[in-house]
Each structure stands twice: as structure tokens, then as C-alpha cells.
Design a protein. Structure first.
Length: 162
């Protein structure tokens, strides 16, 4: 015969599972993934007929929705990127302003508020031509833009599309 189980005993699994906070994506990450899914669906509907003006309007709307000081920084970055790399097409990417060449994102701007970080980010994808030896930066923290940073960003963007 089997010994009777004590009904007051809990398994170790159920005890630890209820005490731990679930791990996974943050609310902000889930929003970004939903935005990316919407972007992919919209791209599929538009197909080849998507134009540069439509992408620019979407990027300008995303920038306009940003809180200050990221809005001012996004506006300035948009102008710098357009001036230094007119071949890039503005588009949104994970709900962020981004700039693509032949449909591939080359660089993007991430607001500090989007993921509750202490700085905004100017990032470059693997499509950017920034390779220098065996190691190079692909993202830059931005607290504010002075004339010196604007010159550096202009040079980086030019190099990225070269």
C-alpha cells in the first residue's frame, strides 16, 4: 500500500513559481515589437509602391510625438541625416525614426523615454559601412547635440552610406 500524502504539503515548484516575478519583455519592448509588426504589415500592403514622402511623414510624426528634449534632438538628427545622406529613405523601425538604403535600415534614433534610459541613442545597423578593423561602435549615446556632435554625426552618416 502507498503511504497517504499529507494534503498540507506543497511542492517546491509551486512555492518558488509564485514567489518569483515573471521575467521576459518589458512593456516598452512589447510595444516596440507590436509597432514593428504593424510596419511589416503596412510594407507588405504597399509593396513596391511605397514612396519616400510617406516614410518621411511617418518619421516626422514619430519625432513630433516625442517629449522634449528628444523631440528637438530627433528633429536636428533628421536634418543632419537628410543633408549628409540624401540617398537614405526615412521610415519607422520598431516605432523609431530610421533611415534606410535599398529597404535596409542603416541608422536609427531611439528616444531616451522609449525604453526609460538616461540618454537617447543614434544607432547603426550591420548595413552601415562603419567597419574599422575588428571592432567599431554601432551605437552612440546622445545627451544633447552641440555643433561638434553634429559634425561628427554628419561624418558618420556619410561614411555609413559610402
Amino acid at each position: 500500500m502507498k503511504p497517504a500524502k499529507n494534503s498540507t504539503q506543497k511542492s517546491p515548484k509551486s512555492t518558488t513559481a509564485t514567489e518569483k516575478k515573471p521575467k521576459g519583455f518589458t512593456d516598452e519592448e512589447r510595444v516596440a515589437m507590436r509597432e514593428r509588426l504593424q510596419e511589416l504589415k503596412a510594407d507588405a500592403r504597399r509593396g513596391r509602391r511605397a514612396d519616400k514622402a510617406e516614410g518621411e511623414n511617418a518619421v516626422l510624426a514619430k519625432i513630433a510625438a516625442l517629449p522634449q528634449p528628444d523631440r528637438a534632438m530627433g528633429e536636428r538628427l533628421h536634418a543632419i541625416i537628410k543633408a549628409n545622406a540624401p540617398a537614405l529613405s526615412p521610415k519607422t523601425w520598431y516605432g523609431m525614426p530610421a533611415y534606410a538604403k535599398d529597404g535596409n535600415v542603416v541608422c536609427f534614433f531611439q528616444s531616451a523615454q522609449k525604453f526609460k534610459t538616461r540618454y537617447a541613442t543614434l544607432g547603426f545597423s550591420d548595413k552601415a559601412n562603419l567597419d574599422e578593423g575588428h571592432m567599431w561602435p554601432t551605437a552612440f549615446a546622445l545627451k544633447e547635440l552641440s555643433a561638434a556632435e553634429e559634425v561628427k554625426i554628419g561624418a558618420l552618416v556619410k561614411k555609413a552610406v559610402s
